[in-house]
Ligand binder design. Structure first.
Ligand code: GDP
Ligand code: GDP
Length: 453
């Protein structure tokens, strides 16, 4: 079975040089993800005006000054006494114990009962806390800060995460609090592959997640508001850490509610955005759902890796070529996924899970691959000699040169003589060539064109 191949994720806590951990804590909607994104300088956590709607506990490597720091956004920590034993709450508050500095965020526009409760929980960690009062967008509102001294913290700062005010002061404060290490001393950042598992209800998403992260996630399904958007868990497979992201509806008990979620495209987009590789679960017996096609489209358009996973093959045992027939049907129905790998598993019996994870890794490697410009341009020449762009009404089309502008998602930029009505069929040809000749066989790729006279 799979127990032997999957192990707990590696952890840099055990290595000799310890990179300090900074966590951002606060009730939902105070602006934690906004701050997180501003600090790491890219969009990662989802911000959403609906309280409680956000993300996970994925740590990001952040450079503070020139020192590596692990930054963790706690998501919306809900403090609810009855649910304190709950895994999610434990995980969030467990963060406090491992953090070297805690950025505790409040909102200058309102202090709620939840803030006060959090203050209680934070009491034992007073020494490592910076109280950050957010949404002070206007310097005139700085007077508001005084009220926050009553909570007894030494370090209090007013900021506007949205407008970037007070960020330097926050960084200086953190610099003064942490035992920093230099970039040279720091261990390499572990590779981490983020997986999301999407699919219709009952296709086996929870079963697969349980198998991979090795705990029964159904325990956390009942506490309203805490069930969303937390990492389901992490594991290590052949030396690489994998994170399974919470997937719309996995933790819901109510299948009706899950249905609603799955059919909500917005929700799916959020999950897809956070993932590197999406596993689209299909019940081998039931076959495809219409919605699968829509979801597949979204995944491809966003340049994410996608693997079609036919689950429950144990139920097909003895039915000869059934599996091949299903694969053919899937290929036929999903022409836009002609590059995507299809694999079959039994999540219930742990069958072919290693094969699936090898595939996830291969897809992830391709997503992160970079081709150097010289090599690409040698190939462009060869491809152009084999097949020239067709003539359009305005004359010849020419491709001059190209470059890969990003990995994960993989995007190329090609310079051409004329963009107007550039033949789609030629773009398709170039994509196929890139896939085949440059090693992007299993993933979506995008080509942008730019005109150069
Ligand atoms: P989180 O739930 O704590 O992660 O909060 P978010 O980062 O998702 O932000 C919640 C809401 O507050 C969003 O609508 C943000 O745009 C808004 N927000 C965040 N920072 C600021 C700020 O500095 N000023 C103002 N006016 N709004 C902010
Ligand atoms: P989810 O709604 O997509 O999370 O699906 P679940 O993981 O809750 O699984 C739905 C049902 O299918 C449960 O009764 C599972 O035991 C069953 N199931 C999941 N995977 C397999 C499998 O590989 N083989 C069989 N026979 N049943 C499975």
């Amino acid at each position: 079975m799979t127990d032997s191949i999957i192990s707990p994720p590696s952890d840099n806590v055990d290595t000799q040089v310890k990179i300090p951990v900074v966590s951002i804590i606060g009730r939902p909607n105070v602006g934690k993800s906004t701050l997180f994104n501003r600090l790491i300088g890219k969009r990662r956590a989802i911000t959403d005006p609906t309280p409680g709607v956000t993300r996970d506990l994925i740590p990001e490597r952040w450079l503070l000054g020139n020192h590596p720091v692990t930054l963790i956004d706690s998501g919306g920590v809900k403090v609810d006494r009855d649910s304190m034993d709950d895994l999610v709450a434990k995980k969030s508050l467990g963060l406090l114990a491992i953090s070297d500095a805690i950025v505790f965020m409040m909102d200058c526009t309102e202090v709620t009962a939840e803030d006060r409760e959090l203050l209680e929980y934070l009491r034992p960690y007073t020494d490592k806390i910076v109280l950050v009062v957010n949404k002070i967008d206007d310097p005139k509102r700085e007077d508001l800060l005084w009220e926050y001294y009553e909570y007894g913290y030494q370090r209090i700062l007013g900021i506007s995460a949205a407008h970037g005010l007070g960020i330097e002061e926050l960084e200086d404060t953190l610099l003064g609090m942490l035992d920093l290490v230099s970039l040279e001393e720091a261990p390499e950042e572990a590779e981490r592959v983020k997986i999301a598992i999407l699919g219709k209800p009952n296709t086996g998403k929870s079963t697969l997640t349980n198998l991979l992260v090795g705990k029964d996630i159904s325990i956390v399904s009942e506490i309203a508001g805490t069930t969303r958007d937390v990492v389901m868990g992490s594991f290590n497979y052949k030396g690489t850490d994998f994170t399974v992201l919470d997937t719309a509806g996995i933790r819901r008990k109510s299948k009706v509610e899950e249905d609603v979620e799955y059919y909500s495209v917005n929700r799916a987009i959020k999950t897809i955005d956070e993932a590197d590789v999406v596993l689209l679960m299909i019940d081998s017996v039931e076959g495809l759902a219409d919605q699968d096609k829509k979801i597949a489209n979204l995944i491809v358009r966003r340049g994410k890796g996608i693997i079609l996973v036919l689950n429950k093959i144990d139920l097909l045992a003895g039915i000869g070529n059934e599996l091949e027939a299903i694969k053919d049907r899937v290929r036929f129905l999903f022409p836009i996924l002609n590059f995507a790998p299809i694999t079959s598993i039994s999540a219930l019996q742990g069958q072919d899970i290693g094969k699936l994870l090898d595939m996830v890794w291969t897809v992830w490697k391709q997503l992160n691959k970079r081709v150097d410009t010289a090599r690409l341009n040698e190939s462009i020449k060869v491809w152009g000699e084999a097949y020239q762009p067709p003539r359009g009404s305005g004359g010849h089309y020419k491709v001059y040169y190209g470059t890969q502008i990003s990995a994960n998602p993989v995007k190329f930029l090609f310079f051409v003589n004329r963009i107007k009505e550039f033949p789609q069929i030629y773009i398709q040809y170039l994509k196929n060539c890139i896939r085949k000749d440059l090693g992007f066989t299993l993933i979506p790729i995008e080509i942008d064109l730019r005109e150069r006279k």
